[in-house]
Design a protein around this ligand. Structure first.
Ligand code: GN1
Ligand code: MG
Length: 348
């Protein structure tokens, strides 16, 4: 793998590059490639997941162009020496973006200040993209945050039971089926003028925000591969899902999981600090359902992949997707209790 990555780095202009694996992310292989004083973020695109990698490039270029016209920063896509944004080699596909050396990312456990800034930053970009022609962006994965579709994929995986694992996880399957009300709520969004389709980032994990090492301010969101038209819940929902517990989604110690109220409030107020003028009254009214919907969707997705025999997400041990799914269902239970008893809102 490293020799292929070295070759790819060379194609993007870095000869004899030093490579550092960046392990964040469950889909692509990501490296920091450095030669002399130049560093690039080099990624081998997972073409099983992103079957049309050229869409990732054209979407990103449209987004960068639009933001640049408003003086809003994103790390630029770097062309290869032959002038293409994708480099193909032995069935692998690579791309590069500028690497920003004085930045850091947070995967879990941010301070409330960082949580507020991350949410405000995602909302600022959402606002800046609100006048981008949505027809310019083509979803790289169709129906990506379509909860009805995710639920159907889960039921299909149960039905097929291709890895023979269904018997073992009936408690998990029951927990997911008993929450079908989230799918009904999702269905009610389409055609309701209170909910607007806008370009969303659709992977708003806190680890997708770059922070400035010196000022601790949020610099920009990265990982725009799944940017596409979507509903209000996608981005703030994923931020809540990925940040509100002190334990990461991969932790098998999920029984210890707790909702951090200060983080929850920092996220929602940070998000509203930029999105309040953009969201409709109805969307604001339902803002606190966003975390529930995204956590439910992620629990469905990890369970589906477990039932399918771990074909989608990277795993490092056999029951990892099961642990991730149980982690997310536990998080969902805690979040439901929090929304009901702390926020005094009915959970549907
Ligand atoms: C994947 O690879 P990464 O970590 O950026 C996934 C997200 C999930 C996330 C769960 C294309 O994102 O939707 O929320 O894992 N991306 C894709 O950690 O499926
Ligand atoms: Mg991603």
């Amino acid at each position: 793998m490293n020799s292929e990555a070295r070759q790819a780095a060379e194609a993007f202009g870095l000869k004899d590059a030093g490579l550092q694996v960046i392990s964040e992310g469950l889909i692509h292989q990501t490296f920091r490639a450095t030669a002399g004083t130049t560093s690039l973020l080099l990624q081998q695109i997972n073409t099983r997941v992103f079957t049309k990698p050229e869409l990732l490039i054209s979407n990103y270029l449209h987004i960068c162009h639009h933001l640049k016209s408003k003086n809003i920063f994103l790390p630029e896509a770097v062309p290869s020496l032959s002038g293409n944004y994708l480099y193909f080699s032995n069935g692998t596909v690579w791309r590069a973006t500028a690497y920003l050396p004085d930045t850091f990312t947070v995967s879990t456990h941010p301070t409330p200040d960082l949580a507020f800034r991350a949410a405000a930053c995602f909302a600022r970009y959402l606002e800046a993209l609100s006048d981008l022609n949505p027809n310019l962006i083509q979803p790289a994965i169709s129906d990506f945050h379509n909860l009805r579709n995710r639920y159907l994929m889960f039921e299909e995986a149960c039905e097929r039971d291709s890895a023979n694992r269904k018997m073992k996880i009936s408690f998990l399957i029951d927990g997911l089926r008993s929450r079908f009300q989230y799918v009904r709520f999702f269905d009610s969004l389409a055609g309701n003028s209170g909910f607007v389709l806008r370009i969303m980032h659709c992977d708003c994990k806190i680890s997708n925000i770059l922070f400035d090492r010196n000022t601790q301010q949020a610099v920009c969101p990265v990982d725009w591969d799944t940017a596409m038209p979507g509903y209000f819940f996608s981005d703030i929902g994923d931020l809540i899902r990925s940040t509100v517990s002190a334990l990461p989604e991969s932790s098998p110690d999920f029984t210890l999981l707790e909702i951090r109220k200060d983080i929850y409030h920092a996220l929602t107020s940070g998000y509203l600090s930029h999105a309040a003028g953009l969201l409709t009254e109805t969307e604001k009214q339902y803002l606190h359902y966003a975390g529930l919907l995204m956590t439910y969707m992620q629990a469905l997705r990890f369970t589906t992949d477990y039932l399918n025999g771990d074909v989608y997400y990277k795993t490092t041990y056999p029951d990892q997707n099961l642990h991730r799914a149980m982690n997310q269902l536990t998080l969902l239970e805690k979040l439901e209790a929090f929304i009901t008893f702390e926020m005094n809102l009915p959970v549907f």
